[in-house]
Write a protein that binds this ligand. Sequence first.
Ligand SMILES: Nc1ncnc2c1ncn2[C@@H]1O[C@H](COP(=O)(O)OP(=O)(O)OP(=O)(O)O)[C@@H](O)[C@H]1O
Length: 662
Amino acid sequence: MLLARCVATARTAGLSSWLRQPVTIKLLVRRPTKLVGVTLSLVAAPLIRQVQCKKAPIADVSKRAQHLAEVYANEKEPTLSWADLWQLLKPYLAWLMGAVISAVGVALLNIRLPILLGELVNVMADFVNNSGQLDTAALTPVAVKLISCYGGQAILTFAYITFLSVLGERMATDLRQMLFSRLLHQDMAFYDAQRTGELSARLSNDVQEFKSSFKLCVAQGLRTIAQTGGCVVSLYLISPKMTLVTLSTLPLLIAAGSIMGSLLRALSRKAQAQNAIAQSIAEEAFANIRTVRSFAMEDSEERLFEREVRKAQQLNEILGVGIGIFQGATNFVLNGIVLGVLYGGSKMILTQEITAGDLMSFLVTAQTIQRSLGQLSVVFGQAVKGWTAGARVFEFIHLQPTIPLKGGKRIPHHALLGTIKFDNVCFTYPTRPGQVVLEDLNLDVAPGTVVALCGPSGGGKSTIAALLERFYEPNSGQISIDGHDIRTLDPEWLRGQAIGLISQEPVLFATTIAENIRYGRSDATDEEVREAARLANAHEFVTGFPQGYNTVVGERGVTLSGGQKQRVAIARALLKNPPILILDEATSALDAESERLVRDALDRAVQGRTVLVIAHRLSTIQNSDQIMIIKGKRVAEAGTHKQLLKKKGLYWDLVQSQTALD
Ligand SMILES: Nc1ncnc2c1ncn2[C@@H]1O[C@H](COP(=O)(O)OP(=O)(O)OP(=O)(O)O)[C@@H](O)[C@H]1O
């Protein structure tokens, strides 16, 4: 095919006629140039095609991870206080005490067991040496003690594991609930700055890590500490002098341990932050899977995730090495101490301060301590991780929102007219303090009227709606409803009953249609839900589904069309029956038929309410009682459609641009 194309192209280039022509200088120069050009293009075209057909190179999406890393690097290190821990443990003190007593009991039995075994060996050695007969009278008490000890150990082990499991699970549940509740209460500005992946990482991974570490620390830590304490007493009984000399090394050990501990904590924090970055990337990819798919970015996302997960792996490996060094060094130092005891002890034997038997007992007990401390260093490594995880959880639990969710005045439903007033409102978003969005904005909305807010994109229309719902506080100025400053009104009442918001991209929950509509008012009857759906032009399509109102809509309502989602959202808002309604470009994302249905529903919805319509379409704008053009951080023009048309100016420009759109 390529060859055929070559020939054809050569023909069009006039190869045969060129060959038949008389040779001139001009011809010699011009035609070969043309031919070379054609030949080159013949060769180049498939190559270019091939290059174009090749899959686009994987885009560099690393900035996302880089941005996340910067966010984490700028965070200050969260801390966990003993008071936090106490607050968490207080309701479960009985379980904790049960666990502590059982764990210490197991430890004490562990100290007792070797002694009993020794006694048993002595009794057996006695009858082997002396009579050769089994002396059951001497053997039975020791055997009974030993069996009771084993039995006690089994029961206590069962008890402390059970107590700890109950305690750990209840504490983790409380922690999750506390964190979730505190997160739900945070200001919108907090959510503007946070990532959902990070929040869910704290809610699941960090709480899990904290719980496991706590259980391990109480179980193993307590046992080993009790064991060590018991052995130190035994040591003291054998030789007070040698015990005190050995213990004098403790402050040095503790100091070294603390330094190492803080290094490990820093490492652990880094590793956990990196885990959260990887999780954020995965969650974002899942949440935006349609965008990922439609841009064929699976490979890029995969690469990005792999890179970040590998970084997390490396940091965790370094942390593992750090913990390994710590444990190795601890063992080395402890062995050194045992050696030192041997050296000092042999000198004491020479000076007849202790017997060789005492030295032997001292060494065996010291070795038990050494083993316990070795285990303790493992516990310590885990404690570092748990402490960091706990600190990350409590960091958000301690965060105080600036706008409360509850508390304040409520205007009775029958007395609420729905007058809205913005007085010299200035506002900048907390996450972008350098950009003034509204400056001395004044706005008056009479009760029961429909006011269209229009104007250029980014002018601040949605911001006005957000301020009215008190998602943010204005920097200065006042917003009032029926003359009441909204800061004095109960936000729960304001958002839950006074104002209904229908936005451009309504989000539904992954449950049935009925439940999604009932989100507007949880005590609504089935008939009220249906009535709201009828008003919102949703009843017909809902009953067309095989499962009707019990149809599950998928995550964020993904299994419904845009228009259907919008109508369910309108039904949800109508069920609330709010005196003030905000329609934030509620129909702009719909096709003509869906828009007709939705607009029809909205026309019914606005009856008898004060309505703020954030509108782009001329048909919506001109049907409003009043039009306000938001431009230059304030209301640039206001009036009815007719009044503004007379003035021409800004509104005229808008009408011109919108006519084409409509
Ligand atoms: N959460 C936020 N944090 C920081 N800045 C924001 C936030 N939301 C909006 N902005 C900025 O505030 C300005 C006003 O945005 P707003 O959404 O109110 O405009 P709009 O008039 O509704 O625009 P559009 O018609 O395009 O929806 C814009 O410059 C926008 O970038």
